[in-house]
Design a protein around this ligand. Structure first.
Ligand code: AMP
Ligand code: MG
Length: 492
């Protein structure tokens, strides 16, 4: 198949966002990073673009994705959008440090956006410097692969480029970097909010038509395609946040400009996977109202959908939008239960499953359980001493676990599948490892010393978090003590 693979210069750019009226974006060339060098490259993402990984040389990747060279066909631009940040509308948003380099059409007919994050100032930079620091770039690069490995919808990343440039963050100088984000969709809820609040209702229709044609073509036949699109976005968003809750992921900055129309995890900042279960966990030190605490995420996603609904009022009847928004809790709960049944190894649906799950969450909360290790260990459950011991090792009050296991044991008796089948099914959804903050932190500390090996190693491990791989044992154990003191902020 190598005949259909391309070199970097041969990538099949076919830009469509440039066809929008001029006020939709600012054409802008990247500002090159000084002495750019390739830190990491993801051949899996290269495949999406029909890019031959063997022909993508590190120097060339650093040249193009460190902002110096422009690929043939690339027409870089900064998108205008707005959005609600921490509950308040901000009309001044837009790509302040990232540029859409263009869209690559692959041989499957898929259109992929290439977005360079950390490419310098734009018309929407406000007081920012247009840069992304190495620390947050490493985190975005790693988590994109980790989420994809878990099967959670996410943007991807092709490359991570470092440089000699430094910028100030919270009183400290930090090295700059750039991530090349690859995804089908850079349209945010905030794009529609911008057009609605600036009273450009013709443009709103234009954008909605574009989104339907590009992302939801089958909905063009619907009676009201805009209404059908909203329902699809609602469904995807409910499913996405259910996956975050089931795996203990805290996005931490769920502003409407960070919500993708395609229902992907988008715009990574101070996110966390919980080391120990805590519904009140706030992963962003700047979020002093705890708006984006773990347990609030479903309600916040619904709130964000209400913002989108408001912006779509010129296209969709209010009654329809209100009725759809009311469906959200039910959609969310159904998605959560479906995924949690899989994590518990339950193939059938029984009435008591919700209660079994709620009791488990109560146990997790009371005992601050490491849910990742718990579910992995539960996959080996066969009621024997050796299978029970590691589970009890994760709990401080054994009787609480015994009570829950009694219910679980009874529930398993209602299943038809064999123990071996259940175990295999559970091991395929209960990861051995996740990207914990301390793992990213170790990779960042090494990178600041010029050692990028840990980034590569983590990429290899996170790509398939379900496999038993030699060399990852350390990451499957309890996190080190210092992990609890890691402090993440919006500054990136
Ligand atoms: P974020 O918190 O990354 O979602 O960013 C929110 C808004 O601030 C977006 O419009 C970004 O483009 C902008 N922004 C964030 N960091 C910078 C920066 N260093 N320079 C310019 N704009 C930025
Ligand atoms: Mg953002």
């Amino acid at each position: 198949m190598s005949a259909s693979l391309h070199t970097l210069e041969e990538l099949n750019f076919d830009n469509s966002y440039t066809d929008f009226p001029a006020h939709f974006f600012q054409p802008k060339q990247p500002e090159p990073l000084t002495d750019p060098f390739l830190i990491s490259f993801n051949p899996e993402v290269a495949k999406l673009l029909d890019l031959d990984p063997c022909q993508a040389q590190p120097e060339a990747l650093a040249y193009y994705f460190g902002g110096e060279g422009l690929l043939p066909g690339s027409e870089p631009l900064a998108m205008k959008y707005t959005g609600h940040q921490f509950g308040y509308y901000n009309p001044d948003l837009g790509d302040g440090r990232g540029l859409l380099l263009g869209e690559v059409l692959n041989s499957q007919g898929e259109r992929w956006d290439l977005h360079l994050k950390g490419a310098g100032k734009t018309a929407f930079s406000r007081f920012g410097d247009g840069r992304a620091v190495l620390r947050s770039s490493i985190r975005e690069y790693l988590i994109s692969e980790a989420m994809h490995g878990l099967g959670i919808p996410t943007t991807r990343a092709l490359s991570l480029v470092g440089s000699r440039d430094q910028v100030m963050r919270e009183g400290m100088m930090e090295p700059c970097a750039a991530v090349l984000r690859v995804t089908r969709c850079h349209i945010r809820f905030g794009h529609f909010e911008w057009l609605y609040y600036s009273k450009r209702h013709e443009d709103l229709k234009l954008l909605a038509d574009y989104a339907i044609e590009r992302y939801f073509p089958s909905l063009q036949q619907a009676e009201n395609p805009y209404a059908a699109m909203f329902s699809e976005v609602l469904q995807r968003s409910a499913s996405l946040v259910a996956q975050w809750q089931c795996y203990g992921f805290v996005h931490a900055v769920l502003n409407t400009d960070n919500m993708s129309l395609l229902g992907e995890t988008f715009d990574y900042g101070p996110f966390s996977f919980m080391d120990s279960y805590n519904p009140d966990l706030v992963s962003n030190h700047n979020d002093d109202q705890a708006r984006y605490a773990f347990a609030r995420q479903p309600a916040i996603v619904q709130w964000n959908l209400a913002c989108l609904a408001q912006a779509l009022l010129p296209l969709i009847p209010r009654e329809y939008l209100e009725a759809e928004l009311e469906r959200f809790p039910g959609l969310y709960q159904a998605a959560e239960l479906t995924l949690m049944r899989r994590r518990l190894g339950l193939q059938q649906e029984h009435e008591g499953d919700r209660s079994l799950l709620e009791q488990l969450k109560t146990l997790f909360t009371a005992q601050q359980v490491d849910m990742t290790r718990f579910f992995r260990q539960l996959s080996y459950f066969d009621d024997s001493e050796p299978s029970l011991e590691p589970l009890f090792g994760l709990i401080s009050t054994p009787s609480a676990l015994s009570d829950w296991l009694r219910l679980y044991r009874q529930r398993l008796m209602q299943e038809q599948c064999s123990e071996a089948e259940r175990k295999a099914a559970m091991l395929a959804v209960n990861p051995r490892l996740i990207l914990r903050n301390y793992m990213a932190e170790e990779a960042i500390r090494a990178a600041h010393e010029g050692d990028f090996e840990p980034v590569s190693q983590l990429m290899g491990l996170l790509r398939d978090p379900f496999a038993e791989v030699a060399g990852d044992e350390r990451y499957c154990k309890a996190p080190p003590q210092w992990a609890a003191a890691i402090c993440l902020t919006c500054s990136s």
